[in-house]
Design a protein around this ligand. Structure first.
Ligand code: SF4
Length: 187
């Protein structure tokens, strides 16, 4: 009797309020991406899938970026509902980091004024068609403040090697050892 091949992990990556640098570092995995492609199905990702809706029954999801607006919050809640292991991917997801700098201002009005009026080259105005720009949350929040997180992968961005060391054990059903400065240093 022949045994059936092991089930491929359903793998996702999500981009919230971040600069995409963490995803760029993920793409730096180079040949490890071929190993990954053999062992996972990428079911949702800004860099590896055309899926528009976050799917059900995801095994692992790397989440880049902080939670800064209503769309980020909605996606974070949805992915938590449908993902076994959520990984806070990079310093923005873990601490709010760069997008969190706007928390120095109270409320969102000063930020919107600065972005859409003061810094406009000419004729600054707020985007006023509904749905064009998601509402900002009053504060930018790290991911673990809005949903439970299973693993933290720091770095700005995490190096490709650190990403590989975190992901490779998951492919064989083990939890990575996030220990020491090689795996845990911020920045
Ligand atoms: S952690 Fe750094 S590289 Fe990653 S999204 Fe934030 S600013 Fe960009």
């Amino acid at each position: 009797m022949t045994s059936s091949p092991p089930r491929k992990l359903r793998f996702a990556t999500v981009w919230l309020a971040g600069c995409s640098g963490c995803h760029m570092s993920f793409l730096d995995l180079d040949e490890f991406l071929f190993d990954l492609a053999e062992k996972v199905d990428v079911v949702y990702s800004p860099v590896g899938s055309d899926a528009k809706l976050y799917p059900e029954a995801v095994d692992v999801c790397l989440v880049e970026g902080a939670v800064a607006n209503e769309d980020n919050l909605e996606l974070a809640l949805l992915l938590r509902q449908h993902t076994a292991m959520v990984i806070s991917f990079g310093d923005c997801a873990i601490s709010a980091n760069v997008p969190g700098l706007r928390n120095l201002w109270v409320g969102t009005e000063a930020v919107l004024d600065r972005s859409y009026l003061e810094l406009a080259d000419q004729g600054g105005q707020y985007p006023h068609e509904p749905g064009i720009v998601p509402e900002l949350l009053p504060k930018v929040r790290p991911l673990h403040e809005v949903i439970p997180v299973d693993l933290y992968l720091p770095g700005c961005p995490p190096s490709a090697e650190r990403i590989r060391l975190a992901i490779a054990p998951l492919l064989v059903g083990e939890k990575p050892l996030m220990k020491g400065s090689a795996m845990l240093r911020f920045g």
